[in-house]
Design a protein around this ligand. Structure first.
Ligand SMILES: *Cc1c(COP(=O)(O)O)cnc(C)c1O
Length: 236
């Protein structure tokens, strides 16, 4: 067994354990394998071990892998900060964008999504706990942005994403994750087709799953530590 295959098995077991701990069906939780800075060969290896969904943070690096691995029929999620001048590449190549946090970006993605493609699945990024971070909107801003995004025909509003500030204590992780779960529930009452909460990384996965996450984003535990020096151009 390759180490990627072995690691995937371990991560899937962690997801299953966290799900059964709180009485959820592990099938409700999608594992997003975060392959940023990793070569296409590592993605292909994970795909051979049954992994379908991959997350990328850097637009051009992601597009290169998407094009190289086009015949594997993988599902590609853009999860990095998105600048306007890179939105076309995301609209033309990815299946999902997790980091919509302003109308200007949503409008551009909508205009740039090719007519022959399915609508782009989008998540609105909420800045739930990290005041330092520039990414994400506040919960107070959510209803207006959601309403605007829901009207764009080439986008499909699927839910919310957050990157909570690092927090060692489980109870505090859980409290933040529960705020996100409540926000999703509220959104679902206006938009019943909303079904996705992208929440949980290696250190807070158990709390995220207990709160109701439907998609956890895991990189290092699958692909090993990242070597940023090996990526020629990762500044988006
Ligand atoms: C890098 C990244 C991850 C994965 O982080 P690991 O520590 O490698 O598991 C998850 N979500 C986002 C938004 C990321 O940028």
């Amino acid at each position: 067994m390759t180490s990627i295959e072995h690691n995937l098995q371990q991560v899937r077991q962690r997801i299953s354990a966290a799900a059964s701990q709180c009485g959820r069906d592990p099938q409700e939780i999608t594992l997003l394998a975060v392959s940023k800075t990793k070569p296409a060969s590592a993605v292909a290896e994970a795909a051979a071990a049954g992994q379908r969904c991959f997350g990328e943070n850097y637009v051009q690096e992601g597009v290169d892998k998407i094009q190289l691995l086009a015949d594997l029929n993988l599902v590609w999620h853009f999860i990095g900060p998105l600048q306007s001048n890179k939105s076309r590449l995301v609209a033309e190549n990815f299946d999902w964008c997790h980091t919509v946090d302003r109308l200007r970006i949503a409008t551009r993605l909508n205009e740039q999504r090719p007519d022959n493609a399915e609508p782009l699945n989008v998540l609105i990024q909420v800045n739930i706990s990290d005041e330092q971070s520039k990414s994400g909107i506040t919960l107070a801003e959510l209803p207006a942005l959601a309403q605007a995004v829901a009207q764009l025909p080439r986008l499909r509003l699927r839910g919310l994403m957050a990157i909570p500030a690092p927090e060692a204590e489980y109870e505090r992780q859980l409290a933040v994750c529960q705020q996100m779960a409540a926000a999703l529930k509220e959104l679902q009452s206006d938009y019943p087709e909303v079904d996705t909460l992208s929440l949980g990384m290696s250190d807070d996965m158990d709390a995220a799953i207990a709160a109701g996450s439907t998609m956890v984003r895991i990189g290092t535990a699958i692909f090993g530590a990242r070597d940023y020096g090996s990526v020629a151009n990762h500044n988006n």
